[in-house]
Design a protein around this ligand. Structure first.
Ligand code: G6P
Ligand code: MG
Length: 425
């Protein structure tokens, strides 16, 4: 992940409670109505006028232009008064530390708020300097759950949506993040209270406040843990312990695949990846299917023949050092039978105290059950385990269980390795 997109009200600042208090106060004083607290979820993340409209309906007045304007103004004046009275205590627990940590590690940071008061509030709370970009009510026409507000931030930071992490307290905001393929972290959300129901997953992670390490653990490439206090080390195979792992091109060349056949083959492979990896279907089954589907005549074991990896010496040396230091070192790989066979033959398994390959243990990454299985077999607590992998989803999954992680990817991957393992290298 390369960018962090923060909601303001109820996430960076405790200002959502003042929005709620204003609406409740107006309802009571002007309409003698006690607002049901379930309305609070609906009022989060929406634009001011939209909020006023929801309020009008709740207190039984017509949501016409005049009433919306009247309520908006009344509410905002009251809100600004509360903000002024509480200006020294508007930041949530953990806000500064998290923003500083992200900045120190070159993560892009944006504020994505539907509030027209957002710029004022980040100024008076002194956090303005942390943001590379700010989207507020002035830039947008539609509030959350419309994803436009997040897409605008990503576009301006020049980061693709799938590399963005969204921090949100509003179901509306989490839904918007999910809808544009961003990683979502629900901050201080009581899902039991909510009146919303969604059939798909709600958030990728849940934290009580921004001082929870799950706000960053395993999410940003440059933010990794030191390996000093760990006792168990789990290494991924492909692109970590071994390199040159791609076997498709060999197969494509031997059978003279056309461009269409190549893309169809890859599509099929992706479709069958899960059952291939967890050992539920064999490569023979997959190749039979491909032969029929693409009208080919692939025979033998091309996944074995064209898989000719080489050792990554830097990692091999590290494994040796860890073992010299009395650490337990295991392999944790998503793979299937022909590759398992080749890896065994090349002596890769001999480097490890134990080997966990998905097609034999019937669990595969990023499913948390893969990590739980290994931790249980190794009788090790998550915070004493260290996991190294090149795929961000796997890292995020391990980290969400509180396993220490290093995302071994990009040109500076060996520099990161040195920093995390100084004690051993
Ligand atoms: C955020 C809050 C809403 C609020 C809206 C407009 O989305 O979650 O509760 O109504 O901003 O705020 P504003 O400060 O522009 O009135
Ligand atoms: Mg919010």
């Amino acid at each position: 992940m390369k960018a962090a997109l923060f909601d303001m009200d109820g996430v960076l600042c405790n200002t959502q409670e003042y929005h709620n208090a204003c609406y409740a106060e107006i309802a009571k004083k002007n309409y003698n109505i006690t607002l049901d607290s379930s309305i609070e979820d609906k009022l989060k993340g929406v634009l001011r006028n939209e909020g006023a409209k929801i309020f009008c309906k709740a207190v039984g007045i017509r949501p016409n232009k005049e009433n919306i304007k009247y309520i908006s103004t009344l509410k905002n004046n009251l809100y600004l008064k509360k903000i002024e009275e509480n200006k020294d205590s508007l930041l949530s627990k953990g806000t500064i530390d998290l923003l500083q940590k992200l900045k120190n590690n070159n993560v892009k940071v944006a504020l994505v708020s539907a509030s027209a008061n957002a710029k004022t509030i980040i100024k008076i709370t002194n956090i303005e300097k942390y943001f590379d970009y700010v989207v507020d009510a002035k830039n947008i026409k539609k509030g959350k759950p419309n994803p436009a507000i997040f897409l605008e931030a990503a576009a301006n930071l020049a980061i693709k949506p799938s590399d963005c992490v969204v921090y949100e307290d509003a179901i509306n905001g989490i839904q918007a993040a999910n809808d544009c393929d961003m990683y979502s972290i629900a901050v201080n959300v009581d899902f039991n209270k909510t009146t919303f129901t969604y059939s798909k997953k709600i958030a990728d992670r849940y934290v009580k406040s921004l001082d929870d390490p799950l706000c960053y653990k395993g999410l940003y490439e440059n933010l990794f843990e030191k390996a000093d206090n760990c006792s168990l080390f789990i290494f991924d195979a492909g692109n970590v312990v071994i390199e040159n792992i791609h076997c498709f091109n060999g197969i494509f060349d031997q059978y003279n695949f056309t461009t269409d056949q190549k893309s169809e083959f890859i599509k099929d492979f992706n479709f069958y990846t899960a059952p291939l990896m967890d050992g539920n279907i064999s490569t023979e089954f997959f190749l039979n299917h491909v032969n029929k589907n693409l009208n080919l005549n692939i025979s033998g074991d091309p996944f074995y023949n064209y898989f000719n990896p080489v050792f990554n010496v830097k990692i091999i040396n590290l494994i040796k050092k860890l073992k010299e230091n009395g650490k337990r070192v295991v392999l944790g790989s998503n793979t299937f039978a022909p590759h398992t066979k080749k890896m065994k033959e090349m002596g890769l398994f001999d480097l490890f105290d134990s080997v966990y390959v998905s097609n034999e243990i019937h669990h595969y990454k990023p499913n948390p059950s893969f990590f739980r299985y290994i931790l249980e077999k190794e009788n090790t607590e998550a915070n004493k385990a260290y996991f190294i992998d090149d795929i961000s989803e796997n890292i995020a999954s391990a980290a969400s269980l509180n396993i220490n992680t290093l995302h071994y990817v990009n040109d500076d991957k060996n520099t990161k390795l040195k920093k995390a393992f100084t004690k051993f290298i």
